[in-house]
Ligand binder design. Structure first.
Ligand SMILES: [Zn+2]
Length: 392
């Protein structure tokens, strides 16, 4: 490997504990008096947060986000927070709610419109001032948004998703309570869990892999691979997820967020970004559908063009970690992951609207996606086409 060289950007405080959500009142009171509480589509389950807020004397205004956030959603959240004179933002939910909360807090701290700061489709100005303080409370185990410094917003007029990005956007506190995962629906366990697994595997084989994220990735992959199938079966049967599996999935998500923010991703996310813009396709399910083909094609490309690359040994390490067998080959690992996506009922990309006729357009967009730059080897258009075709 190259000489160690890395930076770590992470929230000042990460609290990981079963039952930790009950501490949100005191944490919020230390940061403000009136919170904008950003939730997913339904705020019905926000009692886990509002009861402790009430007990601590912190007021709140609810703001629900239906689906993945757009530029307009961020604008509406800023307006709601200003109207209620909020001095604090809480994000409670999956990646969509957390990204919305993160974007709203950044805009409240900096003023202006999302398009002033948005990469690619906006003016890309730096977010130079601190965000309003915000607390991230994840209720799914996938995106790791609680520890990352970017928020993905859809700009429907442009047919793409793009990021607001700044070290100022890190949460003041990431409050991770695995018990909030007890009643996750089976499709959410599958899609968010496999997103987390890809956010651990891609940084471990990334061109920017480093010793700090390597340790987190190895532990996260081992835990995620051990828990996902059992957690999905429990959710599908209407049972609560077992406490040990909640813990493993929450750790995998948290570690994946730290890994992607500090070591980059790869071709899975290089494809996921344009797919999310071209179709209304949920991020986690798309990543899950792509993962086996990306690993297979990366392995073949490395063996042919860079047989001494450390990434090839890393891919074999991934195979050993997911299968639990030291001598597992890359083919064993790919087969194990393909079986996992089948068992977790992950649909192919065609289900999200991708037709063979649009694969050339997809490949052209994926080639220049920012995540593609951290892929361990530059893939040819034929290889990218093969990934898209075999993930249909
Ligand atoms: Zn992802």
């Amino acid at each position: 490997m190259n000489a160690a060289a890395f930076e770590l950007a992470a929230p000042a405080r990460v609290i990981f504990r079963a039952g930790a959500v009950r501490e949100v009142g005191g944490l919020a009171r230390g940061l403000g008096a009136h919170a904008l509480l950003v939730t997913g589509r339904s705020a019905a389950r926000s009692g886990v947060v509002t009861a402790p807020l009430e007990a601590a004397g912190v007021r709140w205004t609810s703001f629900a986000v239906g689906g993945e956030p757009t530029v307009d959603v961020a604008r509406a959240g800023v307006a709601a927070a200003r109207a209620a004179a909020c001095d604090l933002v809480l994000g409670l939910g999956g990646g969509s709610a957390l990204d919305a909360a993160k974007a709203i807090a950044a805009l409240l701290g900096n003023g202006g419109d999302p398009l002033d700061y948005l990469e690619v489709v906006g003016r890309g100005q730096p977010l130079a001032r601190p965000s309003l303080p915000w607390i991230a409370i994840p209720t799914t185990a996938g995106t790791g948004s609680e520890v990352t410094k970017n928020a993905v917003l859809a700009a429907p007029d442009h047919g793409v998703k793009a990021s607001l990005r700044s070290p100022h956007m890190l949460a003041r506190v990431a409050l991770v309570d695995p018990d909030l995962l007890a009643r996750l629906p089976a499709p959410v366990v599958a899609a968010s869990g496999l997103d987390a697994l890809s956010q651990l595997i891609e940084p471990l084989v990334s061109a920017r892999a480093n010793p700090l994220t390597d340790g987190l990735a190895r532990e996260g992959i081992r835990r995620s691979a051990g828990a996902l199938r059992r957690a999905h079966a429990d959710a599908r049967a209407g049972r609560e997820l077992a406490p040990a599996d909640r813990e493993s999935l929450a750790l995998a998500s948290l570690f994946g967020g730290l890994c992607l923010a500090n070591a980059g991703l790869g071709a899975v996310h290089g494809f996921a970004a344009p797919l999310g813009g071209m179709f209304d396709a949920p991020h986690g399910a798309v990543c899950a559908a792509l993962l086996p083909a990306v690993l297979r094609v990366n392995g073949r490309a490395l063996a042919a063009r860079a047989p001494d690359a450390p990434a090839l040994a890393r891919l074999r390490e991934v195979a050993a970690l997911v299968t639990g067998r030291d001598g597992a080959s890359l083919e064993d690992g790919v087969a194990w992951l393909a079986a996992l996506t089948r068992d977790l009922e992950i649909p192919g990309l065609a289900q999200h609207g991708l037709e063979p006729a649009r694969i050339d357009e997809l490949v052209a967009k994926a080639r220049s996606a920012s995540s593609m730059k951290a892929n361990p080897i530059a893939l040819t258009d034929d290889e990218l086409t093969e990934i898209a075709t075999t993930s249909l």
